[in-house]
Design a protein around this ligand. Structure first.
Ligand SMILES: CC(C)(COP(=O)(O)OP(=O)(O)OC[C@H]1O[C@@H](n2cnc3c(N)ncnc32)[C@H](O)[C@@H]1OP(=O)(O)O)[C@@H](O)C(=O)NCCC(=O)NCCS
Length: 170
């Protein structure tokens, strides 16, 4: 398996976009963003745990003009990837940045020969589901009452990136 990249720098809508490995120094920014982005934010302890470097975790923060505006946490098992957490700062939501990040992530996972990316999403999270569908994710299951704050169901969505490569659709 080709190693997944931990840095990139590019241009997005007139600003410099960079990504880097998620580390303990980023935890305070993520505590704030979790509160802004999610009804059931991850605790600081969990965010700190996720900032430790482990072989199976591909956890990145995304910066626009040097300011942290997003993050993606993925865990890998053999040739499968699971997207655990994904957020864009509210001031940047709906401006194409999430799509840009997801496209980059899928392309890097495909280049590293991962077979699929899976995730869970609240079934009322229309923007996220719209984004995932537009990027080739399909609903494969529903987890009933998955979210403990309101008993909401989760959709399990999968993007079969290796199949797409084989079909020549990417
Ligand atoms: C989900 C999230 C990461 C998407 O990032 P974003 O930067 O807002 O997304 P984009 O602006 O790139 O939108 C991409 C696509 O989302 C979809 N979308 C966005 N807003 C939508 C809405 N209100 N209704 C339906 N689809 C919508 C569209 O398909 C859009 O595609 P387009 O490029 O054709 O317009 C971001 O909104 C976010 O952080 N939300 C809060 C946290 C969260 O829910 N994370 C996901 C957990 S599973």
């Amino acid at each position: 398996m080709i190693p997944l990249p931990l840095r990139m720098e590019a241009e997005f809508g007139g600003v410099v976009v960079t990504c880097e490995r998620y580390l303990p120094e980023h935890v305070p920014d993520l505590v704030l963003m979790e509160d802004l982005c999610f009804p059931m934010p991850w605790s600081e302890g969990l965010l700190r745990q996720e900032a430790t470097v482990r072989d199976y975790a591909w956890n990145l923060v995304w910066l626009l003009d040097g300011k942290l505006k997003g993050y993606t946490f993925n865990w890998t098992v053999l040739d499968e990837m699971h997207l655990l957490n994904f957020a864009v700062h509210p001031e940047w939501q709906g401006r194409g940045f999430g799509g840009y990040v997801l496209d980059w992530m899928i392309a890097r996972a495909a280049a590293a020969d991962y077979a699929q990316i899976s995730l869970e999403v609240r079934e009322t999270n229309t923007p996220a589901i719209g984004l995932y569908r537009s990027r080739g994710f399909e609903t494969v299951a529903r987890r009933i009452g998955y979210y403990s704050d309101n008993g909401e169901n989760a959709l399990v969505m999968v993007n079969s990136i290796r199949k797409e490569s084989a079909d020549g659709r990417d």
